[in-house]
Structure formats: C-alpha cells, structure tokens
Design a protein around this ligand. Structure first.
Ligand SMILES: [Zn+2]
Ligand SMILES: [Zn+2]
Length: 308
C-alpha cells in the first residue's frame, strides 16, 4: 500500500506545483508584455474552472476533434489585436425588429463594449431589400437570409476603416448554403465579419418577463464569435463560453464567462483591468435578471480581488 500512496501523493503534489507554475508564468508574462497592470490572481482562477466532462453523443466534442489552444499557443499565434487606428467593433442590424427585439440588439451592443473593453458602435440598420432576391428564400414558410452572402459580400463593404470586427444581427432566420435547413450564425475569421440571428432564441413573443433568455443567448453568441475573431479557438480546458456547441441546449448549458485560460488570452490581448471589467459585466447581468451568469463572474471577481 505504501508505495502506491507515495506515488499518488507525488502525482498530486506534482500537478499542484505545475498548476501554480503555469498561473505564475501567465501572470508574469502579461506583466512583462503589457506593463504594470492590476493582474488577476490566476492561481485562484484556475481553482474556479469547472471540469469539462468527457463528451456525450450529440455534443460538440463528441463529433469534433479539437486540439485545444493554451495561453502559450495563443501568444505564439500572433493573434488579431486592436491596432492604433483599427480598434472599433461595429454592430450592423439587418432588416426590421419589433420594439423588444430592438431593445435586445441595443443591450447586446452595450454588453459587447463592456466585454471587450473596446468602443462598440451600432450602425444604422440595412434594409433586407439590399440583399438580392437570389440570396433570400422561403423555407417551409420561413423567410431566410443567406448568411454566407452577408459575411463574405455585404459586411466587408459596410465595415468602416477603423473597424476591427463587424457583426451583423437580424431577426430573420439564416441559412449557410442551399442544402442546409438553417444556421444560428456564421463568421469569417479572415474577413472579421460575422452574422447571427435571434429568430430561434425565443419560443414566444418577447416581453418584459421573458426577454432575458433571448438576451442571454445573443450576448453569448456575439462574444463567442467576436472572441474567435481575436484568434481565440474553442476551449477544451474547462466549461467555458468558448466551448464549441452543437445546439441551443448545449450552448445554454455554458456560462456567459471565460475560464482562466481563455480569460488570460483575452486579458493579455486587450489589456483591460479585469476587476473593473467584471464589475460592469456583473452589473449588466443583474439589471437583466441573468443571475446564474452574474454568480459565475462574481466568483471570479472575488478571487481577483486578492491581487498577487
Ligand atoms: Zn465557436
Ligand atoms: Zn476557456
């Protein structure tokens, strides 16, 4: 029994030392690269990560092999980063919205600005009429827009010179190519354009009592897609906003927050004050009754207040 116990203890000690070393390396690296920031306590953040269980049939990681992208891989990948005069995120509404849908689009823009700590501007809406008839269709009685046309042809022309990313939003359903039924959203990381639809985010007409779910889904999709445009790949480390998902159930089960690994990537790239950013995100979530998401971020804020 004794050798086995010693081996086990050694393994535990080893993994703990490795974890601490990694957290310290990330913190030191960010400090070296970006100057004297208010650094989060990465070691404590690692302990908050929720374990990503082995994927079950139907889930994203069951069907897709993903290598993962560590913080070190990210730094080496020379990621897309805001340039001196190219650092604004643009939101492009497409088509018409009901009053409640419009409110959700406006709140989403507000949230994106807080999430990335980058100026975010909502452009005047584009009429669906500007999309050629051949790029629209009626599918089983449902009006749909061609998402591929939107991200490859329409949005690049709409992106102002200082735009680092442009994200189209519509209340109409989307399809990526004629053989597909529909798609929730589509993005071109090369062109830094994306489009997402809220058509399937609510089963009933939106109102004061039910809008939160639709807003939660939209802010999740928008920040997930825009994070990809900053070269952050799908997360395989923990339960995280950057996990891939196959369907709405799977993405609903993810938090509206980043794990320690993904947060360190974004924090390094965008150089924000983590505590002040979290204060604003939590206040937003509390205003919009997103209490589970607020509590996920509150735990992170709590450990970040213990500065290293
Ligand atoms: Zn993704
Ligand atoms: Zn992650």
């Amino acid at each position: 029994m004794k050798p086995l116990f010693t081996l086990l203890l050694f393994a535990l000690l080893f993994s703990c030392t490795e974890k601490t070393k990694k957290a310290e390396t990330i913190a030191k690296h960010i400090k070296l690269e970006k100057g004297d920031l208010k650094l989060p306590n990465y070691e404590a953040l690692l302990d908050l990560n929720l374990v990503l269980e082995a994927p079950k049939p139907g889930e994203w990681l069951y069907d897709h092999y993903e290598k993962g992208q560590s913080y070190g891989d990210y730094i080496k990948s020379n990621p897309v980063a805001p340039f001196e005069d190219i650092k604004t995120i643009y939101i492009q509404p497409i088509g018409e919205f009901t009053d409640w849908e419009q409110k959700i689009i406006n709140w989403n823009t507000e949230y994106i600005e807080l999430f990335f700590n980058l100026k975010t501007i909502q452009l005047p809406p584009i009429s669906e009429k500007s999309i050629p008839k051949s790029k629209q269709r009626i599918y089983y009685g449902n009006e749909q827009l061609d998402a591929t046309y939107i991200i490859n042809t329409m949005l690049p022309k709409k992106k102002p010179k200082d735009g680092i990313v442009i994200m189209g939003l519509t209340a109409k359903d989307l399809y990526p190519k004629p053989s597909w039924n529909f798609v929730f959203g589509l993005a071109s990381y090369k062109k830094r354009t994306g489009v997402s639809s809220i058509a399937r985010y609510s089963e009933e007409e939106l109102n004061e009592t039910n809008y939160s779910k639709c807003l939660m889904r939209l802010i999740k999709t928008s920040t997930h897609e825009i994070s990809h445009m900053f070269t952050i790949k799908h997360c395989t480390y923990a339960i995280c906003l950057m996990n891939g998902s196959n369907n709405l159930n799977e993405s609903d089960s993810r938090p509206n927050g980043l794990c320690s690994e993904c947060l360190s990537k974004l924090s390094w790239n965008l150089n924000f004050d983590n505590v002040s950013r979290l204060n604003k995100l939590i206040a937003f979530m509390e205003t919009h009754h997103l209490s589970d998401d607020a509590s996920f971020l509150s735990k992170q804020r709590e450990v970040m207040l213990i500065q290293k």
